[in-house]
Ligand binder design. Structure first.
Ligand code: FAD
Length: 443
């Protein structure tokens, strides 16, 4: 035991914390976790888990309609039931996580944590000292800085809707904007998707993004590009959204223009810890400017995707460091990402844009999957897979658009991360028929 109350105190209880804190405490370290809101943070309560539960009805509807009468029914979504199903599935998660933490001896504190020196955190009337402190406070939705922005709603409020508004404007072409526009459209809302520039989902392969947008347009979503929101004004029970190309009157506005880091009121300035609205600056050990204070998860200012598996990777990295098992710098692997639209777009490793910019290093192989018999199983209409190889013909990157893109890219991820040779690939005996078998056949 050190001279401090705890070996590690974590501020925030999301994936940036608990994936590492639980095994760390199980190894005998004294750990405390401070949470200001709901245990588990964004992902289980109003991020990934909540969203994928709502999305399943959307994906089912899409498959049913693509089956072109093989499966009968109109696939109409009862949004109230969809919401209740989601809520019932996630309601127990905070208590379960609290129980998981407490069962290994983690002491939980409820309130806002604030650093008062390099080894001390204040939470309410309690003063906690620790050898190391981890700031894992995540992100929150950004609000448009225009007149009337208080009339907009965020993704958390969208997922709390028990009735889908008739008319809905979604502002923002990031993954939250495009995914939520897809869900609202499937639930019969008249959706306008407003893009600030001429592109959406900028980090993804643009021909695939355009395919997703054009499919959304075919299903009735109006997409407005190169728009700046000037103001929002109440118009009776509706809202006027003034844009570059005119005013739209709507029932509900989702502001999906981005997320900013929770860096306020943590005592960072007083301790000389550098940050911006993108997050806290850390070195290759995830240490801030104060060596005993670390950051983990979305609150880090980083180039890696701000996603749950990245936060898990970081909290696991810190667990090994605090347990004395490794003093190596963090070495991020290929991180797979997915846009949960219909169809989906997933990618991992070297992107097509990066590969095309360095033709001496990479070969790009484009595969039209529509002609592939197995894709007919999912009634695919838009399936394409692009593979990127290095000069030794090892797979270094892949992106797919299809109904099952996340499964394809997950299946390819070990080959990308570990650089399998043709001999190693031959030893992978996949289930047939399956997506894993299918995509490995393309290597
Ligand atoms: C709509 C939406 C959909 C998403 N979908 C996906 C997806 O499909 N796949 C995916 O991988 N990722 C997804 N994400 C991202 C994912 O949710 C985050 O990457 C993940 O939750 C990050 O975990 P974290 O622990 O860093 O932060 P968070 O989960 O945000 O946790 C931070 C916690 O810190 C607490 N906190 C803040 N300040 C203080 C303080 N001063 N004191 C005490 N506690 C404090 C907060 O209350 C919060 O509970 C989605 C996010 C959103 C918003």
């Amino acid at each position: 035991m050190t001279a401090y109350d705890y070996d590690v105190v974590y501020i925030g209880s999301g994936h940036g914390t608990f994936d590492g804190a639980i095994p760390l405490a199980a190894k005998g370290k004294h750990v405390a976790v401070i949470e200001a809101d709901t245990v588990g943070g964004t992902c289980p309560n109003w991020g990934c888990n909540a969203k994928i539960l709502l999305d399943q009805a959307v994906a089912l509807q899409h498959t049913l309609r693509a089956s072109d009468g093989i499966v009968s029914g109109d696939g109409r979504i009862d949004w109230a039931k969809n919401h209740d199903h989601k809520q019932a599935a996630i309601d127990g998660i905070p208590n379960m996580l609290k129980g998981n933490m407490e069962s290994v001896g983690i002491k939980m504190y409820f309130g806002s944590g604030r650093l008062t020196d390099a080894h001390t955190v204040q939470v309410g009337d309690e003063t906690l000292t620790a050898e190391n402190i981890v700031i894992s406070t995540g992100l929150r939705p950004r609000k448009l800085d225009v007149t009337g922005s208080e009339l907009t709603h965020d993704s958390k409020e969208f997922m709390a809707l028990t009735e889908m508004p008739k008319n809905l404007v979604v502002i923002g072409g990031g993954y939250i904007g495009v995914e939520f526009a897809t869900m609202a459209n499937a639930a019969d809302a008249n959706v306008t998707l407003v893009l600030h520039g001429d592109k959406a989902l900028r980090g993804f392969h643009q021909p695939y993004v355009e395919q997703v947008l054009s499919d959304l347009e075919d299903r009735g979503v109006k997409i407005m590009r190169n728009q700046t929101v000037a103001s929002l004004t109440e118009n009776g029970s509706q809202i006027d959204v003034a844009l570059t190309d005119g005013t739209i009157t709507t029932d509900w506005v989702l502001d999906a223009t981005g997320r900013q880091a929770n860096v306020e009121n943590l005592g960072l300035d007083e301790l000389g810890i550098a940050y911006s609205d993108k997050g806290i600056k850390v070195n290759e050990y995830l240490q801030t400017a104060v060596p005993s204070v670390y950051a983990s998860g979305d609150v880090i200012d980083k180039t890696q995707p701000k996603l749950t598996p990245t936060a898990q990777f970081e909290s696991t990295y810190l667990m090994h460091r605090f347990a004395g098992e490794s003093d190596a710098a963090i070495d991020y692997p290929a991180i797979a990402t997915n846009v949960f639209t219909t169809p989906r777009i997933a990618q991992a490793g070297v992107t097509v844009a990066e590969a095309k910019a360095a033709p001496e290093q990479y070969t790009v192989q484009e595969n039209d999957q529509n002609g592939n018999w197995y894709r007919a199983v999912d009634y695919e209409q838009d399936a394409k897979l692009t593979l990127i190889f290095n000069q030794q013909h090892q797979l270094v990157g892949a992106t797919e658009i299809s109904e099952r893109a996340e499964d394809s890219i997950n299946a390819l991820l070990p080959a990308i991360e570990f650089g399998y040779t043709p001999e190693q690939l031959e030893r992978l005996v996949y289930i047939f028929p399956s997506i894993g078998f299918d995509v490995y056949g393309q290597l």
